[in-house]
Design a binder for this molecule. Structure first.
Ligand SMILES: [Ca+2]
Length: 324
C-alpha cells in the first residue's frame, strides 16, 4: 500500500466512529386529532438520524369513523401532498377500535407490519416504536407475537404525570392497550403531558416566528397551528393570544435524539380509571423529565431548511395571508 493510501485509510478509520448509525423507528399516530402529530411527523421524516421503516395510523374517537381510516388519509396527505415525498416509508391503516379485552389483538396490516419489521432486531439492537396516539396497534403486536418484547422498545407520549399516571387523551383512548404494554416486559419510555406542557408549549407568536417563513412546509405547519389556535384556543370575540399550545408528540423524537433527561422508576400497573398502582416489581419504566427545547427547535428549523433545499416541495408564491 502506498503511503498516501495508508494515510487515507487512517483518516477513514478516524472518521467512521464519528458517524452514528441511524435510529430505526416505526410510528403509530392519530394524526388529524390535533396538530402536534403533523409537526412531529414532519420532524421525524426530515431528520436524517431516523431510519423510518413505516407509519401506522391509529384510532381516535374525536375523528369521523372509521377513525383509523380518517387518520390514514391525513397521514397520506402530509407525506405526499405537504412534504411531497416521491418515495416514502410504507403507510398502514391501523385499528379503528380499541382493544376489546387484554388477550385479543385487533389484527390489521399495521400490526402485521410492526411484527414483521421487528424480526431483524434483538435485545441489544431494538426497533423503536413511537406511539403518539392510542396504543391499540402496539398492544395488538405484543398480543400477536409476545416474543416482540425482546426486539422493540416503545417510546410513547401518554399519561399526565409521574407517579399518578392519569387520564391523558392517548391513554384514555385505549386503557386496555396500556395495561397490555405495562404488564409485558417490553421496554417503555414515556413522555407525559405535564413534561410536554412545561417544555414544548408555543405561543402563537413563537409558532409564527419558528416556522411561518420557513418555506412551503413551514408555512403549512404554521397554518395548521393557527387554524387549530383560532378554533380551540382563542376566546371568541376577544383578541387574547396569551394561551400557548403544546406540540406534545415531538417529545418522543426528542428522546431518541438524546435531547431529554429521564429517570427510571419501578414499573407501575394501570387501573381501569387510568391511575397507576405501584406494586413491588423488578420491572422498570423510563420517564422523561426534561426536554432541551432550545436544541430541539433549532434542529427542527435546520432540518426543515435542509429538507426543502434538497426536495421539490413547491415554490413559495405568496406571502403568508394569516394574521401577522
Ligand atoms: Ca397524537
Amino acid at each position: 500500500m502506498r503511503r498516501s493510501q495508508v494515510i487515507l485509510a487512517c483518516m477513514l478509520l478516524m472518521i467512521v466512529p464519528l458517524v452514528h448509525a441511524k435510529v430505526p423507528v416505526v410510528l403509530c399516530t392519530d394524526i388529524g386529532n390535533e396538530i402536534d402529530d403533523q409537526w412531529a411527523i414532519a420532524y421525524m421524516l426530515m431528520t436524517p438520524e431516523f431510519d423510518v421503516q413505516g407509519i401506522v395510523s391509529a384510532q381516535a374517537p374525536t375523528l369521523s369513523p372509521p377513525s383509523a381510516h380518517t387518520t390514514y388519509l391525513v397521514l397520506l396527505d402530509e407525506v405526499e401532498n405537504r412534504l411531497k415525498m416521491v418515495t416514502h416509508p410504507p403507510l398502514f391503516e391501523g385499528s379503528s377500535q380499541p382493544l376489546e379485552d387484554k388477550r385479543t389483538p385487533r389484527l390489521n396490516a399495521g400490526v402485521d407490519f410492526i411484527v414483521h419489521s421487528s424480526k431483524g432486531f434483538s435485545k441489544d439492537n431494538r426497533l423503536t416504536v413511537f406511539t403518539i396516539g392510542a396504543a391499540t396497534d402496539v398492544a395488538s403486536a405484543l398480543l400477536k407475537d409476545p416474543t416482540i418484547v425482546d426486539r422493540i422498545q416503545v417510546v410513547a407520549m401518554g399519561f399526565n404525570s409521574w407517579a399518578k399516571g392519569g387520564d391523558e387523551f392517548n391513554v384514555l383512548n385505549d386503557i386496555k392497550a396500556w395495561q397490555v404494554i405495562l404488564e409485558s416486559n417490553v421496554p417503555v419510555v414515556i413522555g407525559c403531558a405535564d413534561v410536554s406542557r412545561a417544555y414544548l408549549s408555543l405561543t402563537l407568536d413563537q409558532a409564527r416566528d419558528l416556522v411561518s417563513k420557513q418555506g412551503p412546509v413551514g408555512r403549512w405547519l404554521w397554518e395548521e397551528f393557527v387554524d387549530w389556535y383560532y378554533r380551540f384556543l382563542k376566546p371568541i370575540r376577544k383578541d387574547d393570544f396569551s394561551k400557548p399550545w403544546v406540540i406534545w408528540d415531538i417529545i418522543t423524537m426528542a428522546y431518541n435524539l438524546e435531547m431529554t433527561s429521564q429517570e427510571v422508576h419501578p414499573r407501575p400497573t394501570l387501573r381501569d380509571d387510568a391511575r397507576f398502582e405501584h406494586p413491588q416489581t423488578d420491572g422498570t419504566v423510563t420517564w422523561i423529565t426534561k426536554v432541551d427545547e432550545r436544541r430541539l427547535w433549532t434542529d427542527f428549523v435546520a432540518n426543515l431548511d435542509t429538507y426543502q433545499r434538497t426536495h421539490a416541495v413547491g415554490i413559495a408564491d405568496k406571502e403568508a395571508f394569516l394574521p401577522q
